[in-house]
Write a protein that binds this ligand. Structure first.
Ligand code: GDP
Ligand code: MG
Length: 777
C-alpha cells in the first residue's frame, strides 16, 4: 500500500520509492530508504503535510510525495500471515517480520518495454513471460499495452509491452500513450529495446528517455544481425557514456535475456556502478533557455514531484503542445496567471534566441544536439558499420578528414595559425587608423588647451592610457570572429575530440579544450564555458589553468613591449613564444594538479559531435560584437578610471604638483616595491604597471603609456616582464568568475596566489639565466 494511506499512529516498512530520478533521490535523502520503518505521527485528512518518524527523525511529507512511497503495514502483514498460513510466522507480528515481508514485496517490480517499432519488444515479452502475444514484423501490431509476468533470479517482473515509437514527442497517439504510461504508471525500470543494426536512429529514443530521468537498461537486440554484418561497437564504452547497462541480445534465440534481467535488477537495486544519470548537453543557447525555464518549474512542488524539471523545460522549449497545455492548465488551476505569462515569455524569448543563433527552431536544434550526442558517443565507442547509410552523410564525410588521427592535428594547427596570423596582419590596418585618430586627438587638445593639470590629465592620462589600449579593438574583434566561427560551425567540437587523448595526458578531458581555446579571447567567458565539463575535478583543474591561456587583454601589452624592445623580425617570434609558454605552463600545472592535488577518477562523458552547419551571419555578428562591446565598456569604465588615477598619482606628490615623476606618489610607491622585483630586472615603472594591472590586464599597457620611462630596460628584462604579465594574477573579473563557478573563495584565492607565484619564479629564472648567458658570451 501507499505510505499516504497509513493513519496516525500506524507503522509500515518501506518497500520502494517510485517516480523520476530527481524526486526519488530527494525522498531517499530524507531517509525514506527501503527496509526502514516509518511511523505516522500525524496524518490529518485533507491536511498537508503529514508528519512521519523515520530513522529516529521527524520528517514532513506532502500527501503527493507520500503517494509515491510503497510500504507494508502491520494490518497488511497480518492479512498476509493469515493467507500464508505459514508455521514459521511468529504469533505477534514483529518489526522483523514486517521487514522480511517488505523485502519480499520489494522483489516485485514493474518493467516497461519501450522501443522503435519492429525492434523486438513483443519477442522479448513473449520469451520472458511465456505468453503468446502476436509477433509480427510490421509496425502498429501492438496498439495498446499488454501485461504479463516473468520470473528471474527470485524476482517477479510485471512486464508491459508498449506500442513501438520512434520518439516521445506527441505527434501520434502511440507516442503520447508511451509517454503517459512512463509518467503516470512510473515503472520501476524501463527496458529500452534497440535494434542494434540501426543504432544511430534507435538511440534517438534513448536520449529522450535519458531526459525523462527514468531508470533503464538497454537491450541491443538483433545482435545476431549486427554480428553477421560485421558491425562493431565497444559496448562497455557505450554503456558508460550513456550511464546505463547495454546488453547484447537476440530475442529470436533468447540470447542475453538472463543477462538483461540481471542488469534490470542491478539498476533497480541501485547496485554500485549499475547506472548514473547523465545530462545531454544541448549547447549554450538551449542550455541557457533550459536553466531559465527550470527556475520557474523548480519553484512548483506539484510539478517537481511528477516530472524531471529538466525534461519539462526541454519539452516546453520544443513547444510540445501536450506539456505546454499541462503546465498552463496547472498554473491556471492554482490561480497564478501572472506566473504562467512570465513562464511563457521566458520560453518564447529562449526559443527566439535559439532561432536567431542556430537558424533553426528549438525543436530542430534539440534534435540536432541529440544526434550530436549520439554521434559523439558512437564515435568514441569506435562504432563501425559495414553497409548502413549514416544519417549525417556530409558530416561523416567531412569528419573523416577533420577528425582523422593523422591529418586532424595539422589541420587544426593550421587553422590556429591562420587565426592568429589574420588577427595580427589584418588587424594592423584598422589599428593604424585608430592610432592616427588617437594621435590627432592628442595633438589637437595639445594645441588648443593651455598648459595645466586638466590638459595634462586629458593628454597623459586619458589619451595616453585609454588610447594606448583602444587601438587593439580590431584585433580583438577578429580573434572573436574566428572563435565564434569555430564554435558555431561545429568545428570546435571536432578539435576537442581530436585533442581528447592529449588532454587526458594533461589530466584534463577533451571537453576542457573548448574553454581553453576560448581563453585566448577572454578568460571570463572561458571559465563559465567549463560548465559543460561534467566531472567536477576536470572542471576545477581547467579553471585553475585557464589563466595561463593568453587572453586578448594581454595582447596590447605584448604588442607595446615587443614594439618597444625588439626589432621587427623578432616581434612575432616573441609573441608566439608567449602563447607557447602559456600553453606549456597550463599543461605542466594541470599535470601536477591532477597527479598530486586533485587526485581521483574521472566520470566519462560524451563529447557531442553535432552536424556541421553554416553559421548564421547574425549569430557570428552577435557573438563577436558582444565581446567588442565588453571591451569598449571596459575602456570607458575601469581602464579610464585607472588611467586617470595613475596619472593623478604621477602628477602629484607630497608637495603638490611633483617636480618629477620619480618624486610623485606613484614614483615613491614604485621605489618602495622595487626590491620585490629586483631579481627580474624590472624598473619601478614596470612594477607599478603590474600592480595597476590587477584590475584588468590592459591597464598594464595603459599605465605604461601614462608613465613612460623605459629607456634603460634591456630586452631580456622586457621578455621576463612579458612572461610575468602572461602568467600572473589574471584579473579581478576572472577570479570572481572562478569564485562564482566553484562556489568558494578558496579556489579563487588559490588561483590568484599560485599564478602570481609561478609568474614570479619563471620571470626571475629567465632573467637570471639570461643574464648569466649574456655575461658568459
Ligand atoms: P516489436 O514491434 O518491437 O514488438 O517487434 P517484434 O517482437 O514484433 O519483432 C519484429 C520482428 O523482428 C519479428 O519478425 C521477430 O521475429 C524479429 N526479431 C525479434 N528479435 C530478433 C532478433 O534478435 N534477431 C532477429 N534476427 N530477428 C528478431
Ligand atoms: Mg510488438
Amino acid at each position: 500500500m501507499k505510505l499516504s494511506e497509513l493513519k496516525t499512529g500506524e507503522q509500515g516498512v518501506i518497500i520502494k520509492v517510485t517516480g523520476h530520478g530527481g524526486f526519488r533521490k530527494r525522498i531517499i535523502e530524507m531517509g525514506f530508504i527501503k527496509g526502514k520503518t516509518v511511523e505516522v505521527l500525524l496524518n490529518a485528512p485533507l491536511q498537508d503535510p503529514v508528519k512521519y518518524r523515520v530513522m529516529g527523525y521527524e520528517v514532513s511529507l506532502r500527501h503527493q510525495e507520500a503517494d509515491r512511497i510503497e510500504v507494508v503495514s502491520m494490518a497488511e502483514a497480518a492479512r498476509l500471515k493469515m493467507a500464508a498460513d505459514d508455521t514459521l510466522v511468529p504469533e505477534v507480528i514483529t518489526e522483523n517480520y514486517l521487514r522480511s515481508q517488505a523485502l519480499k514485496e520489494r522483489r516485485h517490480l514493474s518493467v516497461a518495454l519501450v522501443g522503435n517499432p519492429n525492434c523486438g519488444k513483443t519477442s522479448l515479452f513473449n520469451y520472458a513471460s511465456g505468453a503468446h502475444a502476436h509477433v509480427g514484423n510490421y509496425s502498429g501490431v501492438t496498439v495498446d499495452a499488454t501485461m504479463a509476468e516473468a520470473h528471474f533470479y527470485g524476482y517477479d517482473f510485471s512486464l508491459t509491452d508498449l506500442p513501438g515509437t520512434y520518439s516521445l514527442t506527441c505527434y501520434s497517439p502511440e507516442e503520447l500513450y508511451v509517454r503517459q504510461h512512463l509518467t503516470e504508471q512510473m515503472p520501476d525500470v524501463v527496458i529500452n529495446v534497440i535494434d542494434a543494426s540501426n543504432l544511430e536512429r534507435n538511440l534517438y529514443l534513448t536520449t529522450q528517455l535519458v531526459d525523462m530521468n527514468v531508470r533503464m537498461v538497454c537491450a541491443l537486440n538483433m545482435f545476431d544481425e549486427f554480428e553477421r554484418r560485421g558491425d562493431y561497437v565497444n559496448l562497455d564504452t557505450l554503456s558508460t557514456l550513456f550511464g546505463m547497462p547495454m546488453v547484447p541480445t537476440s530475442f529470436k534465440t533468447g540470447m542475453g535475456v538472463k543477462e538483461l534481467f540481471k542488469a534490470v535488477i542491478k539498476v533497480y537495486e541501485n547496485t554500485q556502478g549499475a547506472s548514473r544519470h547523465i545530462h545531454i548537453n544541448y549547447g549554450h543557447e538551449i542550455e541557457d533557455g533550459i536553466r531559465e525555464i527550470q527556475k520557474f518549474l523548480k519553484a512548483d512542488e506539484h510539478i517537481r514531484q511528477r516530472y524531471s524539471t529538466r525534461y519539462l523545460a526541454i519539452k516546453l522549449l520544443e513547444n510540445d503542445p501536450n506539456i505546454t497545455q499541462y503546465v498552463g492548465q496547472h498554473m491556471a488551476d492554482e490561480h497564478r496567471p501572472e506566473e504562467r505569462k512570465q513562464l511563457m515569455a521566458v520560453r518564447n524569448h529562449a526559443a527566439a534566441r535559439v532561432l536567431e543563433e542556430t537558424a533553426s527552431d528549438s525543436e530542430t536544434a534539440i534534435m540536432d544536439a541529440k544526434y550530436g550526442f549520439i554521434n559523439g558517443a558512437l564515435t568514441e565507442a569506435g562504432y563501425q558499420t559495414g553497409t548502413k547509410e549514416n544519417i549525417y552523410r556530409t558530416t561523416h564525410l567531412i569528419d573523416r578528414v577533420l577528425s582523422n588521427k593523422y591529418v586532424g592535428f595539422p589541420i587544426f594547427f593550421f587553422i590556429l595559425y591562420v587565426m592568429f596570423q589574420t588577427t595580427f596582419s589584418l588587424g594592423q590596418y584598422p589599428m593604424d587608423w585608430i592610432e592616427a585618430g588617437v594621435e590627432w586627438l592628442g595633438e589637437w587638445i595639445g594645441s588648443t588647451m593651455t598648459d595645466g593639470p586638466l590638459r595634462s590629465m586629458l593628454i597623459d592620462g586619458v589619451i595616453g592610457g585609454v588610447g594606448s589600449v583602444i587601438v587593439f579593438l580590431p584585433q580583438i574583434l577578429i580573434l572573436y570572429f574566428f572563435i565564434s566561427l569555430m564554435e558555431d560551425s561545429g568545428y570546435m567540437a571536432r578539435a576537442a575530440f581530436i585533442m581528447d587523448r592529449l588532454m587526458h595526458k594533461m589530466g584534463l578531458h577533451g571537453k576542457s579544450f573548448i574553454p581553453l581555446v576560448m581563453g585566448f579571447g577572454c578568460n571570463v567567458p572561458a571559465v563559465m564555458a567549463t560548465r559543460t565539463i561534467e566531472s567536477r575535478r576536470s572542471r576545477l583543474i581547467t579553471m585553475l589553468v585557464l589563466p595561463f591561456m593568453s587572453c586578448s587583454a594581454r595582447l596590447p601589452i605584448y604588442m607595446m613591449i615587443t614594439g618597444m624592445f625588439f626589432v621587427a623580425e623578432y616581434q612575432s617570434l616573441v609573441m608566439l613564444s608567449l602563447y607557447a609558454v602559456g600553453i606549456l605552463m597550463a599543461a605542466v600545472v594541470s599535470n601536477i594538479l591532477s597527479r598530486f592535488v586533485l587526485k581521483g577518477e574521472d566520470t566519462p562523458f560524451v563529447m557531442e559531435l553535432p552536424p556541421y552547419r553554416w553559421p548564421t551571419a547574425k549569430a557570428i555578428g552577435r557573438h563577436t560584437w558582444e565581446k567588442g562591446k565588453e571591451y569598449l565598456k571596459k575602456m570607458g569604465g575601469v581602464i579610464l578610471v585607472a588611467s586617470v588615477l595613475v596619472w593623478a598619482l604621477g602628477y602629484f606628490g607630497t608637495m603638490g604638483v611633483a617636480p618629477s615623476l620619480a618624486e610623485s606618489f606613484i614614483g615613491r610607491m614604485g621605489q618602495t616595491i622595487e626590491p620585490l622585483f629586483a631579481l627580474q630586472g624590472f624598473n619601478w615603472q614596470l612594477d607599478v604597471s603590474l600592480i595597476a594591472g590587477v584590475g584588468a590586464k590592459e591597464i598594464v599597457a595603459s599605465t605604461m603609456g601614462v608613465l613612460g620611462g623605459f629607456e634603460n630596460v634591456t630586452p631580456l628584462a622586457a621578455y621576463a616582464y612579458l612572461l610575468f604579465v602572461l602568467l600572473y594574477f589574471p584579473c579581478i573579473a576572472t577570479i570572481v568568475a572562478i569564485k562564482h563557478e566553484t562556489d568558494s573563495w578558496r579556489w579563487a584565492a588559490i588561483a590568484a596566489v599560485y599564478t602570481t607565484c609561478v609568474a614570479w619564479f619563471v620571470s626571475a629564472i629567465v632573467y637570471q639565466f639570461g643574464s648569466l648567458l649574456a655575461y658568459a658570451y
